[in-house]
Design a protein around this ligand. Structure first.
Ligand SMILES: [Zn+2]
Length: 71
């Protein structure tokens, strides 16, 4: 059993169009694509987090460097 992504009515699995509102339902291919996209977004978020951490560390190191007396 699945639910229509548009009207929310319950319908059988494997149908391509909702029998209540006629909207196209996500097939296996679309679900696989969505899952892939979600993984990519997750991966991109992890990368962004790692980058932000790196930048923070660099800033921290730079601050330490700036705090050192230069003579
Ligand atoms: Zn529907």
């Amino acid at each position: 059993m699945g639910f229509c992504i548009s009207c929310g009515q319950q319908h059988q699995d494997g149908i391509r169009f909702c029998r209540f509102c006629g909207n196209q339902q996500p097939g296996d291919q679309l679900l696989a694509r969505l899952r892939h996209e979600a993984e990519q977004i997750h991966y991109m978020r992890l990368q962004a987090q790692a980058l932000a951490q790196q930048q923070q560390q660099q800033q921290y190191q730079q601050n330490q460097y700036n705090q050192q007396p230069r003579w």
